[in-house]
Design a protein around this ligand. Structure first.
Ligand code: GRF
Length: 202
């Protein structure tokens, strides 16, 4: 299944998907697109011969213009699935609607808790004893789409945002390839009722 990944930074989730593809997951990363030219994830893609592109949002007058160009660029690769992997831009409703049911995101919290940024610090400040990550279909609501799979980790005494983030990230690298694989195998889709549909049990 041709997949396009959108990134903004280090791309460790992208790397997990690349590694999963090399291990036989039925996905084919067709392109990696970043809104930042300095995203290390672009280097990860280049090392594996995956096409890369940079679409700098500062070159655009507004979000609609940016998303329209981003959509054209993505569709040039005709992906069956688009994954946001550390992509730090809010997408327009038109863009999200165009990819309904084939646009995924990973968010470092147990949604619906802690939507938005700085989730690990906020979880610590809230005194959570458990935290984690969520893979969800992307809808117009920021970090609000239907959750497909979550991973839970304990918050340990002495944790700070960095140690907690590292523990969560490790789990992100497990659940994202798992969900991408389900989708590629045709086992997962977004139902008309807006809920994820997964045939059989994983
Ligand atoms: C991770 O916390 C991920 O949950 C969020 O972006 C952060 C960096 O991801 N989406 P990556 O290492 O760039 O994949």
């Amino acid at each position: 299944l041709p997949v396009v990944a959108l990134i903004s930074g280090g791309g460790s989730n992208l790397q997990a998907l690349i590694d999963a593809q090399l291990a036989g997951l039925p996905i084919r990363l067709a392109a990696v697109i970043s809104n930042r030219a300095d995203a290390f994830g672009l280097e990860r893609a280049r090392r594996h011969g995956i096409a890369t592109a940079v679409l700098d949002h500062r070159d655009y007058p507004d979000r609609d213009a940016y998303d329209a160009d981003l959509q054209r660029l993505i569709d040039g690769y005709d992906p069956g699935l688009v994954v946001l992997a550390g992509f730090m831009r809010i997408l327009t409703p038109a863009f999200v609607a165009h990819y309904r049911g084939r646009l995924l995101n990973i968010h470092p919290s147990l949604l619906p808790k802690f939507r938005g940024l700085h989730t690990h610090q906020r979880a610590l400040e809230a005194g959570e004893t458990e935290h984690g990550a969520s893979v969800h279909f992307v809808t117009a609501e920021l970090d609000g789409g239907p959750v497909i799979l979550q991973a839970r980790v304990p918050v340990l005494p002495g944790d700070d945002a960095a140690t907690l983030a590292a523990r969560v990230l490790e789990q992100e690298h497990v659940i994202y390839p798992t969900v991408a694989g389900w989708f590629a195998e045709g086992r997962l889709r977004l139902g008309e009722d807006g809920r994820p549909w997964l045939d059989g049990t994983p």
